[in-house]
Design a protein around this ligand. Structure first.
Ligand SMILES: C[S@@+](CC[C@H](N)C(=O)[O-])C[C@H]1O[C@@H](n2cnc3c(N)ncnc32)[C@H](O)[C@@H]1O
Length: 289
């Protein structure tokens, strides 16, 4: 099945994941933990990136391994894999992947990710450790779901945050956010106070209106860097460690911020994970976007 999504930026996201999974299984293989890999928006296992003009040379059109394939390729392997997707045809592809890997302990789910993730996190036992990928197309992930990940204390998270969608939903000036988007923003950002946070006052020359009153207070939406910093700070209220995100762009346009966060409160546990993830990030950010 051809699953077309993403683009040239997708390979960077998958490379970061692939490197981190390789580090993770090696670092923990001699520890008495049961290692889980969970993919809440698993897709079909592979994907065909959308390629814009001029990018074809960089990325010839073919099926690429998606996150599920990357996770299954990691050596040594995880003890258990959890692949979830809401789309029934994607789940059928995942079932085929499971059939092709009889030696692996693979569990397939067809749930809304906002149901799957809390159940998965609550089900983790004392000796369990996990890497979770949250890779939605766009606005499907509720902020509230992240609280379950943070509260688990056992999950290392890779999170694709749709920064560009927020920029598109919130006009740069003024308060004209479309009413039908307000609930989406509440859900996506986990607060209904985002208007105060995302808009800052700007100085404009005072204008006398017809009644002689002065209107000098206008607001402007944060720019992409400021918005990303705000999201990072919010994540830091949940997780003991949140790394600098990796900005994924297409032809210079910001699309997503790819985050790494650790839920384990023990500095010895997150210290090593953080070091590995920032090393991976810095190597990839050094590459062209
Ligand atoms: C960007 S794709 C995932 C790509 C995958 N990680 C990969 O690398 O191949 C997003 C996936 O999320 C699924 N999806 C959309 N909404 C969902 C939801 N609410 N819960 C779970 N899965 C959902 C889609 O069917 C799609 O397969």
């Amino acid at each position: 099945m051809k699953h077309q999504f993403g683009g040239i930026w997708t390979s960077k996201k998958l490379l970061a994941l692939e490197h981190y999974l390789a580090f993770y299984v090696k670092a923990l293989r001699n520890q008495p933990f049961m290692l889980h890999y969970a993919d809440a928006f698993a897709g079909t296992g592979s994907h065909v990136p959308a390629v814009e003009e001029g990018q074809a040379l960089l990325m010839p059109l073919e099926n690429f391994g998606g996150s599920v394939e990357k996770a299954l390729e990691v050596v040594p392997s995880f003890d258990r894999y959890h692949f979830n997707d809401l789309n029934p045809s994607h789940v059928r592809e995942l079932e085929k992947i499971k059939a092709n890997h009889p030696a692996r302990d693979i569990h397939i789910y067809q749930q809304d990710a906002n149901q799957f993730v809390p159940e998965f996190c609550r089900g983790l036992k004392r000796g369990d450790r996990a890497v979770l990928l949250l890779d939605p197309y766009s606005t499907q992930l509720d902020w509230a779901t992240l609280k379950y990940v943070a509260d688990s204390g056992k999950v290392d998270l890779w999170l694709l945050f749709p920064i560009s969608v927020i920029l598109r939903m919130t006009p740069t000036q003024g308060t004209k956010v479309r009413p039908e988007w307000q609930n989406t923003l509440n859900r996506l950002l986990g607060t209904d106070q985002w208007m105060d946070a995302l808009y800052k006052p700007i100085d404009v020359p005072p204008i006398n209106d017809l009644f002689g009153e002065i209107d000098s207070l206008q607001t402007q939406r944060l720019n992409v860097d400021e918005l990303e910093r705000w999201v990072t700070l919010r994540l830091k209220t949940l997780f003991p460690y949140v790394g600098e995100p990796m900005r994924l762009e297409n032809n210079g346009r910001p699309l997503f911020s790819f985050y790494f966060a650790v839920s384990n409160e023990n500095p010895a546990a997150w210290g090593l994970a953080a070091k590995a993830a920032s090393h991976i990030r810095n190597k990839l950010v050094g590459n062209s976007q």
